[in-house]
Design a protein around this ligand. Structure first.
Ligand code: NAD
Length: 278
Protein backbone atom coordinates (compact mmCIF):
# COMPACT_ATOMS: atom_id res chain seq x y z
CA UNK A 1 0.00 0.00 0.00
CA UNK A 2 1.22 3.45 -0.93
CA UNK A 3 -0.05 6.70 0.62
CA UNK A 4 -1.11 9.45 -1.76
CA UNK A 5 0.37 12.53 -0.12
CA UNK A 6 -2.01 15.41 -0.83
CA UNK A 7 -0.03 17.82 1.29
CA UNK A 8 3.12 17.28 -0.75
CA UNK A 9 1.31 17.33 -4.11
CA UNK A 10 -0.62 20.50 -3.21
CA UNK A 11 2.66 22.19 -2.25
CA UNK A 12 4.21 21.18 -5.58
CA UNK A 13 1.26 22.72 -7.42
CA UNK A 14 1.38 25.95 -5.40
CA UNK A 15 5.10 26.27 -6.07
CA UNK A 16 4.55 25.80 -9.82
CA UNK A 17 1.83 28.45 -9.67
CA UNK A 18 4.08 30.85 -7.75
CA UNK A 19 6.64 30.58 -10.57
CA UNK A 20 3.95 31.06 -13.21
CA UNK A 21 2.57 34.14 -11.44
CA UNK A 22 6.06 35.71 -11.41
CA UNK A 23 6.33 35.15 -15.20
CA UNK A 24 2.85 36.54 -15.83
CA UNK A 25 3.75 39.63 -13.80
CA UNK A 26 6.68 40.26 -16.15
CA UNK A 27 4.12 40.32 -18.98
CA UNK A 28 2.06 42.85 -17.03
CA UNK A 29 -0.65 40.31 -16.08
CA UNK A 30 -1.83 40.35 -12.50
CA UNK A 31 -4.59 38.47 -10.71
CA UNK A 32 -6.71 39.60 -7.77
CA UNK A 33 -9.21 37.36 -6.05
CA UNK A 34 -12.23 38.89 -4.30
CA UNK A 35 -13.52 36.72 -1.46
CA UNK A 36 -16.94 37.44 -0.02
CA UNK A 37 -18.08 36.00 3.29
CA UNK A 38 -21.53 36.63 4.72
CA UNK A 39 -21.80 36.00 8.47
CA UNK A 40 -19.16 34.57 10.75
CA UNK A 41 -19.43 30.80 10.49
CA UNK A 42 -16.15 29.67 12.15
CA UNK A 43 -15.38 26.96 9.56
CA UNK A 44 -15.95 29.45 6.72
CA UNK A 45 -13.69 32.00 8.42
CA UNK A 46 -10.87 29.42 8.53
CA UNK A 47 -11.37 28.55 4.83
CA UNK A 48 -11.38 32.24 3.87
CA UNK A 49 -8.22 32.90 5.88
CA UNK A 50 -6.46 29.95 4.21
CA UNK A 51 -7.52 31.12 0.76
CA UNK A 52 -6.08 34.58 1.40
CA UNK A 53 -2.87 33.02 2.74
CA UNK A 54 -2.54 30.89 -0.41
CA UNK A 55 -3.01 33.99 -2.61
CA UNK A 56 -0.25 35.73 -0.71
CA UNK A 57 2.04 32.72 -1.07
CA UNK A 58 1.67 32.40 -4.85
CA UNK A 59 1.86 36.18 -5.28
CA UNK A 60 -1.65 37.17 -6.32
CA UNK A 61 -3.73 39.89 -4.73
CA UNK A 62 -6.82 39.29 -2.62
CA UNK A 63 -9.51 41.58 -1.33
CA UNK A 64 -12.07 40.43 1.16
CA UNK A 65 -15.59 41.45 1.94
CA UNK A 66 -16.71 40.41 5.39
CA UNK A 67 -20.43 41.13 5.43
CA UNK A 68 -22.75 40.84 8.38
CA UNK A 69 -25.10 37.87 8.78
CA UNK A 70 -28.16 40.03 7.99
CA UNK A 71 -26.82 41.42 4.70
CA UNK A 72 -29.66 41.41 2.15
CA UNK A 73 -29.55 39.36 -1.02
CA UNK A 74 -29.91 42.61 -2.96
CA UNK A 75 -26.82 44.08 -1.31
CA UNK A 76 -24.78 40.95 -2.00
CA UNK A 77 -25.87 40.91 -5.64
CA UNK A 78 -24.94 44.58 -6.03
CA UNK A 79 -21.43 43.89 -4.68
CA UNK A 80 -21.07 41.03 -7.19
CA UNK A 81 -22.23 43.34 -10.01
CA UNK A 82 -19.60 45.86 -9.01
CA UNK A 83 -16.84 43.21 -8.85
CA UNK A 84 -17.92 41.80 -12.22
CA UNK A 85 -17.34 45.24 -13.72
CA UNK A 86 -13.97 45.93 -12.10
CA UNK A 87 -11.10 45.05 -14.46
CA UNK A 88 -8.62 44.69 -11.57
CA UNK A 89 -10.70 41.88 -10.03
CA UNK A 90 -9.99 38.67 -11.96
CA UNK A 91 -11.67 36.11 -9.69
CA UNK A 92 -14.75 36.20 -7.44
CA UNK A 93 -15.51 33.67 -4.74
CA UNK A 94 -18.55 33.68 -2.49
CA UNK A 95 -17.91 31.47 0.52
CA UNK A 96 -20.72 28.93 0.97
CA UNK A 97 -22.96 28.21 2.79
CA UNK A 98 -24.82 31.53 2.75
CA UNK A 99 -27.40 32.50 5.39
CA UNK A 100 -30.84 30.98 4.70
CA UNK A 101 -32.47 34.23 3.53
CA UNK A 102 -30.10 34.39 0.53
CA UNK A 103 -30.66 32.26 -2.58
CA UNK A 104 -27.30 30.58 -3.28
CA UNK A 105 -28.23 29.63 -6.84
CA UNK A 106 -29.11 33.19 -7.71
CA UNK A 107 -25.86 34.47 -6.21
CA UNK A 108 -23.69 31.95 -8.09
CA UNK A 109 -25.48 32.71 -11.37
CA UNK A 110 -24.78 36.43 -10.89
CA UNK A 111 -20.98 35.93 -10.92
CA UNK A 112 -19.38 36.57 -14.31
CA UNK A 113 -18.53 32.99 -15.48
CA UNK A 114 -15.08 34.26 -16.51
CA UNK A 115 -14.41 35.21 -12.88
CA UNK A 116 -16.15 32.17 -11.32
CA UNK A 117 -12.99 30.54 -9.92
CA UNK A 118 -15.03 28.04 -7.88
CA UNK A 119 -16.39 26.64 -11.15
CA UNK A 120 -19.97 26.53 -9.81
CA UNK A 121 -21.68 28.69 -12.47
CA UNK A 122 -23.92 26.70 -14.82
CA UNK A 123 -21.94 28.01 -17.77
CA UNK A 124 -18.74 26.45 -16.40
CA UNK A 125 -20.53 23.24 -15.42
CA UNK A 126 -22.00 23.09 -18.93
CA UNK A 127 -18.54 23.60 -20.44
CA UNK A 128 -17.32 20.59 -18.46
CA UNK A 129 -20.23 18.48 -19.73
CA UNK A 130 -19.51 19.21 -23.41
CA UNK A 131 -15.72 19.25 -23.03
CA UNK A 132 -15.14 22.97 -23.55
CA UNK A 133 -12.72 25.13 -21.59
CA UNK A 134 -13.96 26.60 -18.34
CA UNK A 135 -13.32 26.67 -14.62
CA UNK A 136 -13.60 23.24 -13.00
CA UNK A 137 -14.82 22.71 -9.43
CA UNK A 138 -11.71 22.63 -7.21
CA UNK A 139 -12.14 19.50 -5.07
CA UNK A 140 -12.84 17.03 -7.93
CA UNK A 141 -10.15 18.67 -10.05
CA UNK A 142 -7.79 18.15 -7.11
CA UNK A 143 -8.63 14.44 -7.11
CA UNK A 144 -7.61 14.21 -10.78
CA UNK A 145 -4.27 15.84 -9.95
CA UNK A 146 -3.73 13.44 -7.04
CA UNK A 147 -4.31 10.48 -9.35
CA UNK A 148 -2.14 11.80 -12.18
CA UNK A 149 0.73 12.90 -9.98
CA UNK A 150 0.68 9.50 -8.22
CA UNK A 151 0.99 7.79 -11.61
CA UNK A 152 -2.44 6.17 -11.50
CA UNK A 153 -3.45 5.27 -15.04
CA UNK A 154 -7.12 6.23 -15.39
CA UNK A 155 -7.84 5.23 -19.00
CA UNK A 156 -10.14 2.23 -19.26
CA UNK A 157 -10.32 1.77 -15.49
CA UNK A 158 -13.63 1.28 -13.72
CA UNK A 159 -14.11 4.32 -11.48
CA UNK A 160 -16.89 4.15 -8.91
CA UNK A 161 -17.91 7.44 -7.28
CA UNK A 162 -20.07 7.50 -4.15
CA UNK A 163 -21.94 10.82 -4.08
CA UNK A 164 -23.70 12.97 -6.68
CA UNK A 165 -23.49 16.48 -5.22
CA UNK A 166 -23.05 19.43 -7.57
CA UNK A 167 -19.72 20.39 -6.05
CA UNK A 168 -18.07 16.98 -5.76
CA UNK A 169 -19.79 13.83 -7.08
CA UNK A 170 -21.21 15.08 -10.40
CA UNK A 171 -18.17 17.05 -11.61
CA UNK A 172 -15.99 14.16 -10.38
CA UNK A 173 -17.91 11.76 -12.65
CA UNK A 174 -17.54 14.11 -15.63
CA UNK A 175 -13.82 14.54 -15.03
CA UNK A 176 -13.21 10.79 -14.75
CA UNK A 177 -15.16 10.35 -17.99
CA UNK A 178 -12.96 13.00 -19.62
CA UNK A 179 -9.96 10.94 -18.46
CA UNK A 180 -11.45 7.90 -20.24
CA UNK A 181 -12.51 5.92 -17.19
CA UNK A 182 -15.64 3.79 -17.22
CA UNK A 183 -17.71 5.58 -14.62
CA UNK A 184 -20.38 4.43 -12.18
CA UNK A 185 -22.02 6.99 -9.90
CA UNK A 186 -23.61 5.74 -6.67
CA UNK A 187 -25.85 7.72 -4.31
CA UNK A 188 -28.23 7.35 -1.39
CA UNK A 189 -30.78 5.41 -3.46
CA UNK A 190 -28.25 2.98 -4.97
CA UNK A 191 -28.93 -0.69 -4.37
CA UNK A 192 -26.06 -3.14 -3.79
CA UNK A 193 -23.57 -0.37 -3.00
CA UNK A 194 -21.04 -2.85 -1.60
CA UNK A 195 -21.09 -5.08 -4.69
CA UNK A 196 -20.70 -2.12 -7.06
CA UNK A 197 -17.83 -0.64 -5.05
CA UNK A 198 -16.10 -4.01 -5.00
CA UNK A 199 -15.81 -3.80 -8.79
CA UNK A 200 -13.99 -0.46 -8.70
CA UNK A 201 -10.39 -0.11 -9.82
CA UNK A 202 -10.60 3.45 -8.52
CA UNK A 203 -13.08 4.18 -5.71
CA UNK A 204 -13.81 7.85 -4.96
CA UNK A 205 -15.86 8.40 -1.82
CA UNK A 206 -17.73 11.71 -1.28
CA UNK A 207 -20.77 10.72 0.75
CA UNK A 208 -20.43 12.70 3.97
CA UNK A 209 -20.64 9.62 6.27
CA UNK A 210 -17.75 9.22 8.75
CA UNK A 211 -15.71 6.00 8.25
CA UNK A 212 -18.58 4.39 6.31
CA UNK A 213 -16.54 2.46 3.74
CA UNK A 214 -14.76 -0.59 5.16
CA UNK A 215 -12.73 -3.40 3.53
CA UNK A 216 -15.90 -5.17 2.35
CA UNK A 217 -16.33 -2.40 -0.23
CA UNK A 218 -12.82 -2.73 -1.63
CA UNK A 219 -11.48 -4.85 -4.48
CA UNK A 220 -7.98 -6.10 -3.61
CA UNK A 221 -5.45 -3.61 -4.98
CA UNK A 222 -7.92 -0.80 -5.73
CA UNK A 223 -6.99 2.88 -5.54
CA UNK A 224 -9.11 4.64 -2.90
CA UNK A 225 -9.69 8.40 -2.73
CA UNK A 226 -11.47 9.72 0.35
CA UNK A 227 -13.06 13.16 -0.11
CA UNK A 228 -14.92 13.18 3.22
CA UNK A 229 -13.93 15.41 6.13
CA UNK A 230 -15.44 15.00 9.61
CA UNK A 231 -14.58 15.41 13.23
CA UNK A 232 -15.32 12.22 15.13
CA UNK A 233 -16.59 11.89 18.71
CA UNK A 234 -13.01 12.35 19.98
CA UNK A 235 -12.59 15.52 17.91
CA UNK A 236 -10.24 13.64 15.57
CA UNK A 237 -10.42 14.41 11.83
CA UNK A 238 -11.53 11.45 9.72
CA UNK A 239 -12.93 10.76 6.26
CA UNK A 240 -15.76 8.73 4.74
CA UNK A 241 -13.43 5.70 4.58
CA UNK A 242 -12.40 3.57 7.54
CA UNK A 243 -8.73 4.07 6.71
CA UNK A 244 -7.23 1.51 9.14
CA UNK A 245 -9.62 -1.23 8.04
CA UNK A 246 -9.19 -0.56 4.33
CA UNK A 247 -5.56 0.46 3.77
CA UNK A 248 -3.96 -2.99 3.45
CA UNK A 249 -6.42 -3.97 0.73
CA UNK A 250 -5.56 -1.00 -1.49
CA UNK A 251 -2.65 -0.28 -3.81
CA UNK A 252 -2.88 3.47 -3.12
CA UNK A 253 -5.01 5.46 -0.71
CA UNK A 254 -5.42 9.07 0.44
CA UNK A 255 -5.27 9.75 4.19
CA UNK A 256 -7.58 12.19 6.00
CA UNK A 257 -6.23 14.70 6.85
CA UNK A 258 -3.48 15.25 4.28
CA UNK A 259 -5.18 13.76 1.22
CA UNK A 260 -7.85 15.54 -0.81
CA UNK A 261 -8.28 18.42 1.69
CA UNK A 262 -5.16 20.45 0.83
CA UNK A 263 -5.79 19.98 -2.90
CA UNK A 264 -8.95 22.11 -2.92
CA UNK A 265 -7.12 25.36 -2.20
CA UNK A 266 -4.28 24.44 -4.56
CA UNK A 267 -6.79 23.97 -7.39
CA UNK A 268 -8.55 27.20 -6.45
CA UNK A 269 -5.21 28.92 -6.92
CA UNK A 270 -4.85 27.10 -10.24
CA UNK A 271 -8.17 28.61 -11.34
CA UNK A 272 -7.20 32.07 -10.07
CA UNK A 273 -4.04 31.95 -12.18
CA UNK A 274 -5.72 30.50 -15.28
CA UNK A 275 -8.17 33.43 -15.21
CA UNK A 276 -5.34 35.72 -16.38
CA UNK A 277 -3.41 33.34 -18.60
CA UNK A 278 -4.85 34.28 -21.97
P1 NAD B 1 -23.40 16.08 0.06
O1 NAD B 1 -24.01 15.81 1.39
O2 NAD B 1 -23.88 17.23 -0.75
O3 NAD B 1 -23.55 14.78 -0.85
C1 NAD B 1 -23.39 13.49 -0.35
C2 NAD B 1 -23.71 12.50 -1.43
O4 NAD B 1 -23.51 11.18 -0.91
C3 NAD B 1 -25.15 12.57 -1.93
O5 NAD B 1 -25.14 12.66 -3.33
C4 NAD B 1 -25.80 11.28 -1.45
O6 NAD B 1 -26.70 10.75 -2.40
C5 NAD B 1 -24.60 10.36 -1.24
N1 NAD B 1 -24.88 9.45 -0.11
C6 NAD B 1 -25.20 9.78 1.15
N2 NAD B 1 -25.41 8.67 1.89
C7 NAD B 1 -25.19 7.62 1.08
C8 NAD B 1 -25.25 6.20 1.24
N3 NAD B 1 -25.56 5.66 2.42
N4 NAD B 1 -24.97 5.44 0.19
C9 NAD B 1 -24.63 5.98 -1.00
N5 NAD B 1 -24.56 7.30 -1.22
C10 NAD B 1 -24.84 8.11 -0.20
O7 NAD B 1 -21.84 16.18 0.32
P2 NAD B 1 -20.64 16.81 -0.55
O8 NAD B 1 -20.70 18.28 -0.45
O9 NAD B 1 -20.58 16.17 -1.88
O10 NAD B 1 -19.40 16.32 0.33
C11 NAD B 1 -19.13 14.96 0.57
C12 NAD B 1 -18.05 14.84 1.63
O11 NAD B 1 -16.87 15.47 1.15
C13 NAD B 1 -18.36 15.51 2.95
O12 NAD B 1 -17.78 14.75 3.99
C14 NAD B 1 -17.69 16.86 2.85
O13 NAD B 1 -17.32 17.39 4.11
C15 NAD B 1 -16.46 16.50 2.04
N6 NAD B 1 -15.91 17.60 1.23
C16 NAD B 1 -14.56 17.74 1.27
C17 NAD B 1 -13.96 18.72 0.51
C18 NAD B 1 -12.47 18.85 0.54
O14 NAD B 1 -11.95 19.90 0.28
N7 NAD B 1 -11.78 17.77 0.82
C19 NAD B 1 -14.74 19.56 -0.30
C20 NAD B 1 -16.11 19.35 -0.35
C21 NAD B 1 -16.68 18.35 0.41
Amino acid sequence: MELIDGKKISEEIKLELKEKVAKLKEQGKEATLAVIQVGQDPASSIYVKNKKKACEYIGVGSVSYELSENTTEEKLLSIIDELNERSDITGILVQLPLPKHIDEDKVIKRIDPKKDVDGFHVENVGALVVGEEGFVSCTPNGVIQLLKRSNVDITGKHAVIIGRSNIVGKPMALLMLRENATVTVCHSKTKNLKEICKEADILIVAMGKPRFVDHEYIKEGAVVIDVGIHRDENNKICGDVNFDDVKEHTSKITPVPGGVGPMTIAMLMYNVVSAIED
